[in-house]
Design a binder for this molecule. Structure first.
Ligand code: UGA
Length: 437
């Protein structure tokens, strides 16, 4: 295997996992972040995010002197005598109020990389960006590359999921490389040679579109099954069987057909918006994306609607929310459905208590007016309704006999179809789940 010197700018989910995993397979990687506290923490062996398996991979790569952390792009690009051959841009592209992606961090990093070029480098956009961002990166690097060092730009979108980021990165379904340069393609093929998966070579714009289209398609699958679940609830059909029956068709596939209270996180909602925005910008109204969003927004109110059906007015009633993260195995609460659900319940006068196994620190600032509890049982004491918001496996293992005794009203709204309807009804609960009789 040919070892490549890599600089990764940005140590968020994508940057840190990319850097750590590339170092894990033997490349020499320097991760850079302007957040000094983050870099100090990483140097001290502390991982700033909750991501199963990441700490071990980072520690191993640091021990083998394959992974380094530093605060400046100049140092990352030329580190202890090693010049970066590949520079990844993995900084955030946060949403602006009109739905478009704010690309100013990308521009700043491209400029800094240009200042630091010493020899041929492939500048790779790893962050999720709208189509044609690559052209702006080329222009920016050209403008600030005063010594005219040769470089190429490539797009290499990332498909890892939070919560399973390390295994997703190490065992990808595919690697997508978009570039118009054979030299860049060759280097990136060497970089990804240790990963036994197909590498799709394409142009930069197609690669950029692959990322937005993939996330939007997956979001569409979720909204589709959630819309089907609404029909199941109105007819007595079972959405799990419908999804199974659909998913057995290889053309459809079984994944991302789990009905629930809607998708959240820092990817699907913002990428859907940004994809819609860029298509409008290009003169095409991608109306299907609007429908995907509308179904999702409506689905988040499932808990509120069902709670009102059972409890009538929510004023003076207590709802216990179990799970706050946008999905299990992460402490990430960005765009989590829990935030909108709690807000809607509080607006209707409900008292809201909540517990999540790992997101409590993040919840403090994001859930004003919500009483945060130390454990699930404390959360459920005197509640009129238990709403399961995140399908943490430990919530399936609670002592539900005890739960029934603790609650004022033995009523469960299972927003993630985590529990068995029969078991819960046998224990005396009024039990409702998404799209299941
Ligand atoms: C998503 C994509 O799955 C990754 O491929 C992509 O790299 C990433 O966005 C990104 O762009 O960075 P992620 O947001 O980490 O990954 O999480 P997912 O596992 O995709 O789940 C997203 C949301 O959809 C969660 O709220 C989850 O509960 C929901 N979901 C997922 C469903 O409601 N039903 C399903 O069947 C699947």
């Amino acid at each position: 295997m040919k070892k490549v010197n890599v600089c990764v700018v940005g140590t968020g989910y994508v940057g840190l996992v990319t850097g750590a995993c590339l170092a894990h397979v033997g490349h020499r990687v320097v991760c850079v972040d302007s957040d000094i506290r983050k870099i100090d923490a990483l140097k001290a062996g502390k991982i700033p995010i909750y991501e199963p398996g990441l700490e071990k991979v980072v520690a191993g790569a640091v021990r083998r002197k394959k992974l380094f952390f530093c605060k400046s792009i100049a140092e990352g690009m030329f580190h202890q005598g090693h010049t970066a051959q590949v520079a990844f841009i993995a900084v955030g592209t946060p949403p602006r109020s009109d739905g478009s992606a704010d690309l100013s961090f990308i521009e700043n990093v491209a400029r800094e990389i240009a200042h630091s070029l010493r020899e041929y480098t492939v500048v790779v956009e790893k962050s999720t960006v709208p189509v044609e961002t690559g052209e702006w990166i080329v222009k920016t690097v050209n403008r600030f590359n005063k010594k005219n060092i040769p470089f190429d730009v490539a797009s290499n979108p990332e498909f890892l999921r939070e919560g399973s980021a390390v295994s997703d990165f190490l065992k990808p379904d595919r690697v997508v490389v978009g570039t118009n340069s054979n030299r860049a393609a060759q280097l990136l093929k060497e970089l990804y040679a240790p990963f036994k998966c197909p590498i799709l070579l394409t142009d930069i714009k197609s690669s950029e579109l692959i990322k937005h289209a993939s996330n939007s398609f997956l979001a569409a699958k979720i909204s589709f099954i959630n819309a089907v679940s609404a029909l199941c609830e109105r007819t007595g059909a079972n959405v799990e069987d419908v999804a199974k029956g659909m998913g057995l068709d290889k053309r459809i596939g079984a994944s991302f057909l789990r009905a629930g209270i809607g998708f959240g996180g820092f990817c699907f909602p913002k990428d859907l918006e940004a994809f819609y925005w860029i298509s409008r910008q290009k003169g095409y109204d991608f109306s299907m994306l609007r429908a995907v969003k509308e179904v999702n927004e409506d689905q988040k109110l499932w808990v509120v609607r069902r709670a009102e059906e059972e409890l009538w007015n929510l004023g003076g009633k207590t709802v216990a929310m179990l799970g706050l993260a946008f999905k299990p195995d992460t402490d990430d609460m960005r765009f989590a459905p829990s935030i909108d659900i709690a807000k809607a319940l509080i607006e209707r006068g409900a008292r809201v208590k909540a517990y999540d196994p790992v997101s409590m620190a993040n919840a403090k600032s994001l859930m004003p007016g919500v009483q945060l509890c130390k454990n699930a049982y404390e959360c459920l004491a005197d509640a009129d309704c238990l709403a399961i918001i995140t399908e943490w496996p430990q919530f399936a293992k609670l002592d539900y006999k005890k739960v029934a005794g603790l609650m004022r009203h033995a009523f469960i709204l299972d927003g993630r179809n985590l529990l068995s309807p029969k078991d819960m009804r046998d224990l005396g609960f009024t039990y409702r789940s998404v799209g299941r009789p």
